[in-house]
Design a protein around this ligand. Structure first.
Ligand code: NI
Length: 199
């Protein structure tokens, strides 16, 4: 259901599914949309051949205007799964106005928020139901689902932030991969394809 975002209206959010009603926008990213995102190209090709339309994540958003002072909020729903050893994740971006920040409130599931500076310094924040994760200014960020269920988060960021996905594509991903440790947990390993940025 879509309504004019400038008319005040109550928004309902189902924490189990992440469905937000009304929303001003909704999109799905499927396996076929994510070429080049995962490190294990062979595993990706096999998944793509078998199930190209499989949904990896979807987003509902409430976006009224893109002016400073306003907020954009919504839900991110990241499906469970792996490509090779690498857990399902979002493409990752830095805000186009890079000092703009963001918070993620985890409603369901378990995940990792992967953060990286332009200089390549990486940090990880574990997300679990009830956790609030803050993305400081100037950091690239990406969500990873490390569980066998949906990872549902509520996000909120300044309306004039924008997103730059090219910074992640240009460096062939982020500095580390979040992978299955083989013992039912997760760990990070360095990204063999990574190209350090030169500013
Ligand atoms: Ni963001």
């Amino acid at each position: 259901m879509f309504v004019s975002p400038l008319l005040p209206a109550p928004v309902r959010l189902d924490p189990l599914t992440g469905v937000m009603t009304p929303a001003t926008g909704h999109y799905r990213k499927r396996m076929e949309d994510l070429a080049g995102v995962y490190s294990d190209r062979e595993a990706f090709s096999a998944l793509l051949a078998h199930s190209p339309h499989e949904v990896v994540y979807e987003v509902y958003e409430h976006r009224a205007v893109e002016r400073a002072g306003d907020l954009i909020f919504g839900t991110s729903i990241l499906y469970p799964g792996k490509v090779g050893r690498e857990y399902n994740m979002t493409r990752g971006h830095i805000h186009r106005v890079s000092d703009r920040t963001e918070i993620y409130y985890c409603l369901k599931g378990r995940g990792v928020l992967l953060l990286e500076s332009r200089e390549g310094k990486v940090s990880t924040l574990e997300m679990a139901q009830g956790s609030v994760s803050y993305v400081p200014p100037h950091l690239i960020h990406r969500s990873v689902n490390i569980s066998g269920e949906l990872l549902v988060t509520l996000f909120c960021y300044p309306a004039d932030a924008g997103q730059d996905y090219g910074i992640v594509e240009a460096s062939h991903g982020m500095g580390v991969l979040v992978v299955d440790d083989g013992f039912g947990g997760w760990t990070t390993m360095s990204n063999p394809r990574y190209i350090l940025r030169h500013e």
